[in-house]
Structures are given as structure tokens and as C-alpha cells.
Design a protein around this ligand. Sequence first.
Ligand SMILES: [Fe+2]
Length: 220
Amino acid sequence: MKRSEINAIQREAKEFLASHQFKLPPWAFWAPDDWKHTTEDVSEILDCMLGWDVTDFGSGDFMKRGLFLFTIRNGNLCGTSKKSYAEKIMIVRVDQETPMHFHRLKMEDIINRGGGELCLQLYASTEDEKLSDRSLTVSIDGISRTIPAGTTVRLKPGESICLEPYVYHRFWAEGSTALVGEVSLVNDDSTDNRFLEDIGRFPAIDEDEPALHLLAADYR
Ligand SMILES: [Fe+2]
């Protein structure tokens, strides 16, 4: 992705989050130089990969296949954090796909916090990590439902679903852009994601202009 495109997505995200009264922590608005000059101990932010996250999953077309995320809290698997939980806020646009994947360890609740409908297509997985044709049981707002393989669950604002490890899911919004929360176990994007297709989680970045705000992937 071009840095100019990421900057534009961050600007639009700030407007969208403000329109839903969703506030980010103060360091979300730091410029890259503020990170260099701060005297605060920001090691938890860096070690746990908190902050801005924009990806096109390597598609080259963010609007078709991509996701905006901001990790608000997280632990880590290297042991410098005591946290065993994570929270993210995401912006999912109409027909913008997050491709089919599951997590090996992370159990996550995906919550529609406002805007359009959030649609999630779900499958159980087989032992060789393909899509299973078995039905699966999921918890939607604490109510257990058994659904056929490949069912698309539609969540209206206020509704949520719990996704256990090894449950394949892909999602997109319908009607209008959706504000989506995630409450989960610790998130480790370097080891825990299994995508059905061979795709990348973090985009290569063409630095065509200076960054507005560092992405978590920039901390390295
Ligand atoms: Fe997921």
C-alpha cells in the first residue's frame, strides 16, 4: 500500500470514530517525531503492538479486501505483559472483505457497535485446516445456535458473536460502514492467524509521503 493511502484511511477513520463518539487514547494522535522525543515509558505499546493497523491483506485494493483496525489493549506471548486479553476497534466498509481465516489460540467476540450490518460467513475447519462441511455451534449474544457450514450470520448494531479457535470466518458490512469491536484473548498476528488463501497480514508500504501516525507494524 502507498503511505499516502494509509494516511487518507487514518484521516477518514478519525472522522468516522468521532461521528460514533468513539475516543482513542491520546498517543493515537502523535506524529512520528513525538515517538522519538517522548520521555514516557511506551514499552507496553511497542511490545504489545497497540495502535494503528491498516491492511489490504496484500490485495492491492483496500476497498475490496482490507480492514482498518486500532488495537486499544493487548498482552503478548513473550511475557513482558501480564494481560491475557485484548480489545480492538475496527471499521468495516460495505462489501469490504476480511478474507477467510481462523485463529489457533485467540478466542474472540466480534461486536457490531454501530452503523451498518456486519455479515460473517462461518465454517468449522478440518484437521488439515480446510473448510469443513460439518455444522457448527456458535454463541450469539450468549445464545447458542447451531448453523450449517457456510452460513452467513448478520449482526445488527448491539449484536455480537463469539468465535472459538479454529472457526473459519470472513466478514464484510452491508447497508453502510460498520463500527466493529473485538474483545479477545491476547492477539499475536505473527503466529496465530491461519488464512485459507496464502495471503499476507501486513502490507508492504511504498513510502510516497511522510506517515501521519505510525502503524503498529512501523514500530519494528
Ligand atoms: Fe478473526
